[in-house]
Ligand binder design. Structure first.
Ligand code: AMP
Length: 162
């Protein structure tokens, strides 16, 4: 469990955590793969959110899914770029977060994900929290914790990373 002192400093940067939905590149689930390939190539991100027409996040799509879909068993079939839709290849097992931020859960998720989508009370996509922004807070924590708190080492306690 993260202690209150650490949580307070980490949440100092809270207002900068979020890249709001209007600044996040995304594709729609019903877009053909060639559109997704175009967007990914232009924005230079390897993975972006997929939204449905209700504005909900329904998946993530990246270059790896698209390139994979172009390969048949033995050859590349470029027709798949027009025949298949984003929803046919996107990753659907995604974890989302809501406000207020649960910093412990976010840190846990960012171990394996470079960004986490945020949804509002109506489950609509509201933006992303990225590993980079959270790392900035962790950096600040490392630099300022001892300015605000006096740390004394407890004897006979085990330090364990989990
Ligand atoms: P960063 O921590 O800034 O490197 O971002 C981590 C990942 O979040 C990127 O690789 C993208 O997949 C995603 N990402 C960051 N910013 C955006 C954005 N403006 N639009 C879409 N995806 C983004």
């Amino acid at each position: 469990m993260i202690g209150n002192a650490v949580k307070t400093i980490l949440l100092d940067n809270e207002e900068n955590f979020l890249i709001p939905d209007d600044k996040v590149a995304h594709v729609m689930d019903i877009n053909p793969l060639n559109h997704a390939l175009l967007v990914l190539t232009k924005v230079k991100y390897t993975r972006i959110p997929v939204l449905n027409k209700e504005g909900e996040i329904v998946g993530l799509v990246g270059l790896s899914e698209i390139v994979n879909a172009m390969f048949d068993l033995t050859e590349i079939d470029p027709d798949n770029l027009t025949d298949l839709l984003v929803k046919d290849v996107m990753e659907t097992e995604i974890k989302t977060i809501t406000k207020p931020y649960d910093i412990e859960y976010i840190l846990h998720l960012l171990v394996d994900n470079s960004f986490i989508p945020l949804v509002d009370e109506e489950n609509r996509f509201a933006g992303i929290v990225t590993r980079k922004e959270i790392l900035k807070s962790v950096n600040q924590l490392a630099h300022t914790l001892e300015n605000h708190y006096t740390l004394t080492e407890k004897k006979n306690t085990e330090r364990k990373i989990s």
